[in-house]
Design a binder for this molecule. Structure first.
Ligand code: NA7
Length: 559
């Protein structure tokens, strides 16, 4: 850390700390891979991470019960067979500590740690036109310089805390699932409230229900939860996975959603009612996301097909939850399966059969305020020792907009995206040369590391392409960005049955309603990346910075 020093004009000037080709921000699964790829390609690089360790999502979300709902071996990296062979995932859906260990192993295994600075939060990043570099300032007041800036800051990394009156008044302990402490939290014998029943809340509830004195779940929207069906990976399965690695990698690198699940070949009403029920039963007992990826082909497009599946799940909920009133509350009434991101659970519905677990419907009895001792709803105050906010994240743009990024002519990214993000391929935006954000908004949906990895590979190849041609400044052409963004916006209507999803940003008050994924998904990503390569990267304007060459060249290619 370098101290600030006085400039000749008396102002305080920061000392430039490092000068590298590539600064990566964020040590999650995307940032770690990006660091590896650029180092491997011969660029110098440093990675800055706000957390005390690497892992990103798998560093911050360490609440009890946090685990994958993608199969472990399909979520982990595929770039190295040696890595795949040597890391034996213990469970089909690994718990957070195992994933954190895995990502630390990768960092050490590929000698990345000496390039990583943890406990370092980026507070500003300014494009310097004269030198063609990014000036990045950290919370320690250090300035770092780089030619390229890759913000791998994640789509689900900025926790959302609702502005509930009196939130600061509560005198017990409060935690957000996305900022769970690294020091152990002992909930034994405590009166605990959990607010929120998305993927995080429904993982947490059964994990703590047996330890706490009482657990009160505040539910605003019931979700279509189905069983994760997790299990340990047996030794023969480990051996089979290794033997099948190349085939598995091929499937995962090419599949639409990044999973290895085979697609079904029948629509819901191709089957008789009896066969449909038997099929749904098989789905219910199958692992994780297969209930989406291997279900009837028309599940997400045909309302009647979706309704059949929802009715099946509702019957399951009623058969598990003993109290009929609670069961009814747990059955979604305002959206269909797949409209919200479906959570996958282990013992969630069963937890409500415990005498110490209760459910509060926040729509029927809204939370009015927090008090010193607990939560006051329309039907009175309940006292708690601990409140857990499982209230989600500022999805897609949250982290990027908090980096204090300013591009050409001082344009703030926050202003540029005031009406929602505009991107090309979900990796670049006009006016911000040499800034890339793989794993950001407008990517795809599905098994996250797979399409984020596609983007990292593309970013790396683009940097190499520019370097090979003597260019050091890369900026997407406005027409390319417009086309991609129009495609995203046009597709938004077909992206979901409704508007509930945080994929539209509507969970954050005041956030513009914009679709934050790319409805063409991974196939669209593949198609446009192939087009870019086939047309010699004409989607980008590439040039030599005046600092690099003494004169600014004409763009090499224009689109
Ligand atoms: P989610 O899926 O965004 O869930 C957040 C939950 O918090 C959801 O049930 C919300 O209800 C609830 N919420 C938000 N604000 C409030 C207020 N003010 N009062 C009551 N309840 C509220 O986040 P998760 O962390 O569970 O999951 C995020 C991702 O992590 C997930 O997609 C996976 O990729 C893993 P709502 O539905 O908005 O009515």
């Amino acid at each position: 850390m370098n101290p600030s020093e006085p400039a000749p004009d008396g102002s305080t000037r920061r000392t430039v700390d490092v000068d590298v080709d590539v600064l990566v921000v964020g040590a999650g699964i995307t940032g770690i891979y990006q660091l590896h790829r650029v180092l491997e390609a011969g660029f110098s690089a440093t990675l800055l991470e706000a957390g005390g360790g690497v892992g990103g999502t798998w560093y911050w979300n360490r609440y009890p019960g946090a685990r994958f709902d993608s199969e472990s071996y399909t979520y982990g990296y595929l770039f190295s067979k040696a890595l795949f062979d040597e890391w034996e995932w213990q469970e089909h859906f690994a718990e957070q500590p195992e994933t954190e260990r895995y990502l630390n192993h990768v960092v050490d295994r590929f000698d990345l740690r000496r390039h990583v600075r943890c406990d370092t939060r980026v507070t500003a990043a300014d494009w310097d036109e004269a030198s063609g570099t990014w000036s990045v300032v950290t919370d320690a007041g250090t300035e770092l310089r780089s030619r390229f800036l890759v913000a791998a800051t994640g789509v689900l990394s900025v926790p959302f805390l609702p502005d509930v009156p009196g939130r600061q008044d509560f005198r017990g302990a409060s935690y957000h699932t996305g900022r769970w402490p690294t020091t152990p939290v002992d909930l034994t014998g405590k009166r605990v409230a959990v607010i929120g029943t998305g993927s995080s809340g429904v993982q947490l509830v059964p994990a703590i229900a047996g330890d706490v004195a009482s657990l009160t779940v505040y539910q605003r929207t019931a979700n279509w939860c189905t069983p994760l069906n997790n299990s340990p990976i047996a030794p023969d399965e480990q051996a089979q996975l290794r033997a099948d690695f190349e085939a598995l990698r091929e499937i995962l690198n090419t599949s639409i959603h990044g999973f290895h699940h085979p697609a079904h070949d029948r629509a819901a009403f191709d089957d008789s009612a009896e066969d449909r029920r038997a099929f749904f039963e098989r789905m219910w007992n199958s692992p994780g996301f297969t209930k989406m990826t291997s279900n009837y082909t028309d599940l997400l497009f045909n309302e009647a097909a979706n309704a059949e599946w929802c009715k099946f799940i509702a019957d399951k909920i009623r058969s598990i939850v003993e109290d009929p009133e609670t069961a009814t509350m747990l059955i979604p009434k305002d959206h269909r399966f797949g409209e919200n991101r479906p959570p996958f659970v282990t013992g969630y519905y069963e937890a409500f059969n415990r005498p110490n677990v209760s459910l509060v419907d926040v729509k029927a009895t809204p939370i009015l305020r927090l008090t010193e001792h607990g939560i006051e709803t329309a039907d009175g105050e309940r006292e708690f020792d601990v409140i857990v906010w499982a209230t989600g994240f500022d999805f897609g743009t949250g982290a990027l907009l908090r980096l204090g990024i300013h591009g050409r002519d001082g344009l703030a990214l926050a202003d540029h995206w005031a009406d929602g993000p505009t991107t090309f391929l979900g990796v670049q935006t006009t006016g911000f040369p040499n800034l890339f954000f793989p794993g950001g908004p407008h990517a795809a949906a599905g098994n996250n590391p797979r399409y984020n990895g596609d983007q990292v590979d593309f970013v790396t190849d683009t940097l190499v392409h520019a370097r090979d041609r003597g260019f050091d400044t890369i900026e997407v052409e406005p027409t390319s960005e417009r086309r991609w963004t129009d495609m995203v916006d046009r597709g938004a209507a077909s992206a979901s049955f409704g508007e509930i999803s945080y994929y539209f940003g509507t969970n954050i008050p005041g956030k513009p309603r914009k679709y934050l994924l790319n409805s063409g998904g991974r196939p669209m990503l593949f198609k446009v990346i192939a087009d870019v390569r086939a047309t010699d990267y004409q989607a980008f304007r590439m040039s030599r910075s005046s600092a690099g060459s003494g004169d600014r060249s004409e763009p090499s290619v224009t689109g």
